[in-house]
Ligand binder design. Structure first.
Ligand code: XLS
Ligand code: NI
Ligand code: NI
Length: 448
């Protein structure tokens, strides 16, 4: 790269022996092997185009504060093309292997879809050129079918047939783009696929239409030989009052109902989990136990703020829990990765805050991986969980498992048991001790 576009040097791993914290990694050492795999292959970090290069740091009460070096390009297409140069230098300096984008992140809309597609294709040409020289991969691409006012009542679930038709046409091109850039996954986040009020909503029809659009997308992807893993991204609310893909469990039920579970998996996001009243770990557990964990959007919420703030992950307890689930799953998903669906706070408006945000995010997940790997290696939780359910290994427990004991046998077994005997069948789970152990693993593993 001829010119230095960002005022930042390449970010290197320096270890954690000093307490100074600059533009460096203390825990993410991409080629170091942890739990049998290179860290970069466990984590597969991706930078989200929208939050990194497009986001102006608006919030519901104020305009954007972001200062970006490419703001000097005022013509929208010049700006879009320049942004690609900035993006690829950013990736090179940060050392992530993947990127993610919505179609509309890349290029401005024209008056017709034909014009819009032409704008998009010009920018995609430049991305493909960079991919050839840098080897950068696309973790996933997606279609923005929620920003433009035409999507006021949804895209696939819109009550207006012209909008369904337009959404399908937009998606078709977006899948073609996915094929050109070699996206490993394709994401559907139902931005406005939900309702404001049930009084005017045909919920069944809307959900049937959503499923129809997903099937059409998968069929077209097959037709053009685009073999990305299809992913649905749950979120319970916001922007609509109720989103159909509420959480992992609800989305899995929808996938099963509409026969999508063979071809689709889930892309799960930390802050969305919180909005649904769950932890990130819960959502990942639900998906992996159903064999449907696809990929992860890395960010965190703030318990003092009630909306999707998409904060860069920094909570080591949460990243440890997430990576523990990932290790148990043998990886994030068939082709999953950790996409930073994260942005700086409105008060962190300088260009380099984008680097610092990714550094804390990458280091937090790398740290979480190291701690979780140590916990796995020592089998700490394995023994605790195995012990807790050990009564199912013999006696009446084994009979329940094998189906040998039914209601009559279980009644005969239980009828004369005294309160004291039943109380003695339970034992304290020493949860506080477990939490102390986890803290100890975090401090001890990272302190080395
Ligand atoms: C919004 C979503 C969005 C998806 C991609 O809350 O997280 O960014 O990941 O459309
Ligand atoms: Ni997301
Ligand atoms: Ni989100």
């Amino acid at each position: 790269m001829a010119e230095q576009l960002w005022d930042m040097d390449k970010i290197n791993y320096v270890g954690n022996s000093s307490l100074t914290s600059g533009a460096e990694f203390h825990y993410y050492n991409p080629d170091e092997v942890v739990a049998g795999k290179k860290m970069r292959d466990w984590l597969r970090f991706s930078v989200a185009y929208w939050h990194t290069f497009d986001q102006r740091l608006v919030d519901p009460f104020g305009d954007g504060t972001a200062i970006r070096p490419y703001d000097k390009y005022t013509d929208p297409m010049d700006n879009a093309l320049a942004k690609v140069d900035y993006a690829f230098e950013f990736y090179d300096k940060l050392g992530n292997d993947f990127l993610c984008f919505h179609d509309r992140d890349l290029a401005p809309e024209g008056d017709t879809l034909r014009e819009t597609n032409a704008n998009l294709d010009k920018v995609v040409d430049r991305i493909v050129d960079y991919q050839k020289t840098t080897g950068m991969k696309v973790l996933w691409n997606t279609s923005n079918m929620f920003t433009n006012p035409r999507f006021v009542a949804g895209a696939g679930t819109s009550p207006y047939a012209d909008i369904f038709a337009y959404s399908a046409a937009q998606l078709k091109h977006s899948l073609e783009v996915g094929k050109r850039v070699g996206s490993e996954n394709y994401v559907f986040w139902g931005g406005r696929e939900g309702y404001e009020s049930l009084w005017n909503t045909d919920m069944k029809l809307e959900q049937e239409h959503a499923a129809k659009l997903f099937h059409m997308a998968k069929d077209y992807a097959n037709e053009i030989g685009f073999d990305a893993q299809m992913l649905l991204e749950p979120k319970p609310k916001e922007p609509t009052t109720h989103q159909y893909d509420f959480d992992a469990a609800t989305t899995i039920a929808f996938m099963k109902e509409y026969d999508l579970d063979k071809d689709f998996k889930l892309n799960l996001e930390g802050n969305h989990a919180n909005l649904a009243g769950h932890t990130y770990q819960h959502e990942i557990r639900v998906a992996r136990e159903a064999g449907l964990l696809g990929s992860l959007d890395a960010n965190q919420g703030d318990k003092l703020i009630g909306w999707d703030i998409d904060e860069y992950p920094s909570n080591l307890y949460e990243t440890t829990a997430a990576m523990y689930e990932v290790l148990e799953n043998g990886g994030i998903g068939p082709r999953g990765g950790l996409n930073f669906d994260s942005k700086p706070r409105r008060s962190s408006f300088e260009p380099n805050d984008l680097f610092y945000g990714h550094i804390v995010g990458m280091d937090s997940f790398a740290a979480g991986l190291r701690v979780a790997a140590k916990m796995e290696e020592d089998g700490v939780l394995k023994n605790i969980v195995a012990d807790r359910y050990s009564s199912y290994k013999s006696g009446i427990g084994a009979d329940i498992e094998s189906g040998k004991a039914g209601f009559k046998e279980l009644e005969a077994y239980s009828l004369d048991k005294t309160q004291a005997e039943l109380r003695a069948a339970t034992s304290s789970d020493h949860l506080e001790q477990i939490k102390d152990t986890i803290n100890h693993y975090i401090v001890n593993t990272l302190g080395k």
